[in-house]
Design a protein around this ligand. Structure first.
Ligand SMILES: Nc1nc2c([nH]c(=O)n2[C@H]2C[C@H](O)[C@@H](COP(=O)(O)OP(=O)(O)OP(=O)(O)O)O2)c(=O)[nH]1
Length: 132
């Protein structure tokens, strides 16, 4: 079972989201996303999840190579993504969001399983201007 997550980048910063549930993950930070639904491509699933969870329109940019084991039967795959419109809000699954510059990425308590992907995403953070 694939969980897709987005390394949403804007203005050289990466969006981190603090989980509000379930209890064993609450308070830890992750890349927002979720499970694939039947018939969806990973990219479609990610755009849908980011719309549902954050209220924004996005497009995926590139897959970060690799996959990381989660709970038994689940793996995490990560795409970088770009904000097209809206400002992310913690509508579902999260209770706080933070835009982090590369030097700030260690300031939140990432889920252990997300750390390698976050490190890879950091390498791809560019000083691109923020979306309008
Ligand atoms: N979204 C997301 N989930 C992660 C990450 N790291 C990690 O271990 N997980 C786990 C938490 C959940 O057990 C599972 C993803 O579930 P989810 O609750 O985000 O997915 P979903 O929106 O499709 O949820 P659901 O309500 O349909 O079950 O993967 C991550 O970086 N992003």
């Amino acid at each position: 079972m694939v969980v897709v997550a987005g390394a949403l980048c804007d203005g050289g910063r990466l969006l981190a989201a603090r989980r509000s549930a379930p209890a064993e993950l609450a308070g830890r930070w992750e890349l927002p996303g979720g499970k694939l639904e039947p018939g969806e491509s990973p990219e479609e699933a990610l755009v849908r999840e980011l719309r549902e969870e954050l209220g924004v329109e996005t497009e995926t940019v590139e897959r970060i190579p690799g996959e990381w084991p989660l709970k038994p039967g689940y793996v995490l795959r990560v795409w970088t993504a770009r904000l097209l419109s809206g400002a992310p809000e913690p509508l579902e699954d999260h209770d706080e969001l933070r835009w982090l510059a590369r030097h700030e990425l260690d300031s939140v308590d990432w889920l252990d399983q997300d750390r390698p992907a976050v490190a890879e995403a950091a390498l791809r953070l560019t000083a691109a201007p923020p979306a309008p």
